[in-house]
Design a protein around this ligand. Structure first.
Ligand code: 4AD
Ligand code: MG
Length: 478
């Protein structure tokens, strides 16, 4: 009966009173042939298991090595050691799986995050990744809780699609056609009618278009699934496979959309603060340690917990794109030519510009709205000025863009005209346009990049360290 085990996190809340328990986990360290630090992944805090001297022969004790797996039955007693309330006095110790200490790649010492990325199949067994992935779990759970409480319907949008939701052409093709000799049309182009789906298909870049179909029937929906972008961006903020949360709301405008996004972000942060305090405190200490090696002016002004509290307790700043450009043009950084990329109305702001706004100028999350239409997607609602669209991005300190959203163009004539201008094939999106044909309504939505959110909450600095098995250019190990 394996299920009779007590998880260490739960056990550590007990009052020690000679209870008989069974625990299972992996050995972190074994000292003096007597003290086992056992970890089962439920918390970073190891359980001390005390083996009575003389109870086992040397050959058995030698097999208790870092990362071997154990089943221990014993009694819960008050701990003599400092920093722990209780420990287990072992009655029986069973080795479930041996582990050759010479070959096990992780030593009970500090490893660099780069090294651990190469060992991503084992890095969950470290404290840093233990905390990161428990926080990631909590955020995912909080996301469903938030939307469920607000009466949103969780819609599973497809992963394989024939459309490009963002119109940016950054798609991974899905095909079963042979590479060496694909069927061809008379003009030499590939004949996708012969392909598995009878047309050219790709992995989705966003569930939004299907999300709009859901919103125009259910009112409020959200998606939460993997999305794929074949953009060759080798940065600490980009993945080729990432998870995105996309709510879509009927009877909703840009301001409603911004309000929802802000309260959503605060809700999930609050949930993690209330439920994962121990992990966040561990990550806060880790971050403070890591930053000690940086020059003073490169260190964060606030600790991790302080930063999260600050975000919870302050309104996000809201400015228009035009105001953002003005701030940049007035900035000492611009005047002293500190920006690598030029600033003028119409540019797609680079991360150096976004980070100036949030980190130097406002020092808090900023919602930028009403972007030039030429740098945004075809589905965004056109403003009366003829130049901008009802878009909004949320920029977070240390991250840059964390949310991208908009009010959608619900007017058929305007949408069709814009699609034509942008060479978006209207015939392939006939089903999308049907929402505008049959009872169109004002509606809006946004996408939150889940890994960027996890980065923000955990204080980690590389997006490869907050997803279990990162997919990035030239890398798809594990
Ligand atoms: O701004 P994006 O491209 O917006 C959309 O996809 C819309 N369809 C969303 C919507 O309105 N329903 O992407 C949304 C967010 C970005 O703000 C960013 O946080 C994240 O997704 N994101 C990425 N995260 C990791 N790696 C990448 N390559 C990302 N590209 C976008
Ligand atoms: Mg965007």
């Amino acid at each position: 009966m394996f299920n009779k085990r007590v998880k260490i996190k739960e056990l550590l809340t007990w009052e020690p009173a000679q209870q008989e328990v069974t625990v299972m986990g992996w050995v972190r360290t074994f000292r003096n042939n007597q003290f086992i630090a056992l970890n089962d992944g439920s918390t970073n805090t190891n359980l001390q298991v005390v083996v009575t001297l003389g109870q086992y022969d040397d050959d058995f004790l030698k097999r208790i090595t870092t990362s071997c797996s154990l089943k221990v039955t014993g009694t819960v007693i008050p701990s003599q050691g400092k920093g722990q309330k209780l420990e287990i006095k072992a009655n029986t110790v069973e080795i479930l799986g041996d582990s050759d200490a010479e070959k096990y790649p992780l030593q009970p010492k500090k490893h660099s995050l780069e090294f651990l990325r190469e060992k991503a199949h084992l890095r969950f067994r470290t404290n840093t990744f233990g905390s990161v992935f428990r926080v990631r779990h909590a955020l995912a759970f909080a996301i469903h809780k938030f939307f469920h409480e607000k009466g949103f319907l969780y819609l599973h949008t497809p992963i394989i699609t024939a459309s490009d939701a963002e119109g940016a052409g950054e798609m991974f093709r899905v095909t079963t056609l042979p590479f060496d000799n694909p069927p061809r049309e008379a003009d030499g182009s590939i004949n996708f009618k012969e392909d598995f789906f009878g047309k050219s298909t790709n992995l989705t870049v966003s569930g939004q278009l299907e999300g709009e179909l859901g919103a125009t029937a259910f009112g409020d929906i959200y998606t939460f699934g993997p999305t794929f972008r074949a953009e060759n961006s080798n940065t600490t903020r980009h993945l080729a496979e990432f998870w995105m949360i996309e709510p879509e709301m009927a009877f909703n405008d840009l301001e409603d959309n911004m309000n929802l996004a802000e309260s959503f972000i605060k809700y999930i942060i609050r949930f993690a603060m209330e439920n994962n305090r121990e992990d966040l405190e561990f990550l806060a200490t880790r971050l403070a340690e890591e930053e000690k090696s940086l020059p003073v002016d490169k260190r964060s002004e606030m600790g991790l917990i302080e930063k999260l509290e600050f975000v919870l307790n302050n309104d996000f700043e809201r400015i228009t794109y035009t105001e953002a450009i003005d701030i940049l043009l007035q900035s000492p950084a611009y005047k002293k030519k500190k920006f690598q990329y030029d600033v003028k109305w119409g540019i797609d702001m680079q991360s150096e510009h976004e980070r100036y706004l949030v980190e130097k100028h406002f020092r808090k999350p900023v919602i930028v709205s009403n972007y030039p239409k030429d740098i945004k997607a075809f589905y965004m609602r056109q403003n009366d000025d003829g130049k901008t669209v009802a878009a909004m991005d949320i920029l977070a300190p240390g991250i840059g863009e964390i949310v991208g959203g908009s009010q959608r163009e619900e007017r058929m004539d305007k949408l069709e005209a814009r699609m034509k201008e942008m060479h978006i094939p209207a015939d392939e999106l006939w089903w999308y346009l049907d929402t505008r044909r049959f009872g169109t309504v004002p509606h809006a939505g946004f996408g939150l990049g889940f890994e960027r959110m996890v980065l923000f909450v955990t204080g980690m600095s590389n997006i490869r360290d907050v997803i279990a098995f990162p997919r990035t250019p030239k890398s798809a190990e594990f």
